[in-house]
Structure formats: structure tokens, C-alpha cells
Design a protein around this ligand. Sequence first.
Ligand code: NAD
Length: 355
Amino acid sequence: MMAMKYFVFPGISSRVVFGSGTIEKVADEVANLGRSKALVLSTGFQTKDAENISAMLGAQSAGVFAGAIMHTPVEVTEQALKIFNKSGADCLVAIGGGSTIGLAKAIATRTGVDQIAIPTTYAGSEMTDILGETNAGKKVTRRDASIRPETVIYDTDLTLSLPVPMTMTSALNAIAHAVEGLYASNRNPIVTMMATEAMKAFKAGLPVLKNAPQNKEARALTQYAAWLCSIILGQSAMALHHKLCHVIGGRFDTPHADTHAILLPHTAGFNAVDVPELLKPVSDIFGATPGIGLWEFATELGAPTRLKDVGMSESDLDTAAQIAVETPYPNPRDFNRDDIRNLLQAAWEGAKPAY
Ligand code: NAD
């Protein structure tokens, strides 16, 4: 039985519209915010999606800025801000993954404008008050209420185009939010419930998508799971896993979702040694122990399992371990530099975690 101790549930402030074809509600949602003109943001790769939204908005569109890139560099934000200020827009619509949603957050926190996020990956930036920005090669992450989008439209059809490899790594990125929510220093029973529900939905949906990426029911189920994981990320103090991903992604420019996918079994296994009861939902759902269960699930999905395959050399592991212990996040299990170096070695080799 779960012990009901003191906790704070900060609440969920974003309005969420979920379902197939919900993108058609975008004009209504701009009006619902009391706004009249939106600048639409995307990456270059998703320019067509942004133009499609702009066309749906008609007179409510102030144009498209399709220059979002990974890690929200401040130079791109400054460029987008100039366009935003000239465009006459009074709100933002961001369609894409964490990179595009990050750009909207960066503009919103500087101007106070409202944002509508339309996520097309499972990364989970849309429900959070977190912004990571890169300035002169250094990524700095902060939290502030002005960063969180006011409205999120989940159109389950928009994930149909996600290639299978990215579907799997992006979902494992989301599962990492759930796993760290379970043992977060500010964990609460609602987050535990959402994490359990999300992992069950991913466990059911991802194997279907591996063979049938166009399966709409599985897409809807996995995006529902991703929504829950995004709420968890926005409510929880992240720990060792997110710290390592930030260190490695920031320093060695490894792909964001792949880095999460590779490290998750190792960080979960490491922490499960000290808090097996908190991570019990992970082993209940994925089998074996948390680390082994997640590693076997990731392997079954064909996700990457080795840091050596995403551009890290073995000597980079020394640097990463050193940075990780300099300003650690709170974590349920104490660790020193050697612990982290050993964990990274296993993740670099793609070894099955011991626990
Ligand atoms: P991404 O946004 O960089 O997208 C990767 C590529 O996939 C882009 O070219 C994008 O246009 C394309 N893409 C997106 N959706 C697609 C679809 N449905 N079909 C085909 N292509 C599609 O990747 P991401 O993993 O979503 O986001 C990573 C970034 O988000 C990182 O910078 C990370 O730090 C940030 N992030 C922030 C938070 C937060 O709370 N602040 C949370 C998670 C991630």
C-alpha cells in the first residue's frame, strides 16, 4: 500500500484539446485565448505543416517562421523575435517537436505573449514550464510560469508521419519523464498514477507501431501516454537521468531522443538498487528489474542502445562523468564519479544493465 505522506500537487494550467483532426480547431483556439493573429513556428523540415496551419488561420495568421532548430540557440530566438515584432502577431502557434516548442517558449518568456503548442513528437516539452536555451555553445535550463504554453492541441494524426526509429526514441524520451517522476524528490500520488498509466500505454502501443506506424489507434494511445509524461516532466524535479542527458547532449551534441533512449535502462537500473519499491511499476510493466526490463523493451523496439553509436568516444566518458558530478541534481541514490563513469561505460558499450 502506498504511504500517503505530505505532498504538493501544483496543478495543471494548460488547456488541452486531444484527438484525431483537432488541428482544425486552431482558429477557434486562437479566438478562445482572446487573440486575433498568430505567428506560426516550425523547423525548416516542417515548413509545409506550418503553412497548412497558416492557411487554416486565414486572416488570423501573421505568417510563418520556419527557422526553429535543436537546443533553442539565442541567435535564432533573436531573429524570430524581430519577425514576430514586425508581424503584428499577438500570439504564437508552434507546430513540431521540442525544438519548435522551445522557440515559442523563448519568444513567449521575453514578450509575455500566449502560445498554442501543437506537438508532433513524444518529447514532452508542451506541458512544461522548462526552457533550455543555448548561448555561446552552453545550454542553460530554467523554469518559469511564463514559459508554459496556454493551450496544447494534440492531433493524433500528426504523429503518423514520425519515422519508426524516431517514434521509438522519442517515446523512450517520454518514458524517462515517467520513470524519474516515480522517484522525484517532489513526487506525489497523482504523478505516480500518471507515470504508471503512461508506461502501460507505451508498452501496449509501441510494439504495434514498430510494424504498423500508420495504426491510428496505437498512435492515439502513445500520444495520450506522451501527454501524461509531459505533465509529469512539468510537475517533477528531475534527477540523475535528465542530468546525464543534459550533460551529454549539451557537451557532445548527441541526438536528444537517442541519448535518453540509450541511458534510461542504465539510470533506472542504478536507482532501482536503492528505491526498488518506487520503481516497482516499471518492473511490473516491462518485466524483470527496472533496468533489465527497459533495456529489453528498447532492444525489442530496435532503439539504439550504445553511446558509441551516437558520436561519443570512450575518453568522452571521463569528461561527462566529471561534469555530471560537479553540479548534481537531487537523486534517490548517492553516487560518486566512479559510479557515473561505470554507468556510462555500460551505456557506451550497450551492455545489459545488471539490475
Ligand atoms: P525536434 O523537435 O528537434 O525534432 C526533430 C526533427 O523531427 C525535426 O526536424 C522536426 O521537424 C522533425 N519532426 C517532428 N515531428 C515530426 C513528425 N511528426 N514527422 C516527421 N518529422 C517530424 O525533436 P524532439 O525530440 O521533439 O525535441 C528535442 C528538443 O526539445 C531538445 O532541444 C530538447 O532539449 C527539447 N525538449 C525540451 C523539453 C522542455 O520541457 N523544455 C522537453 C523535452 C524536450
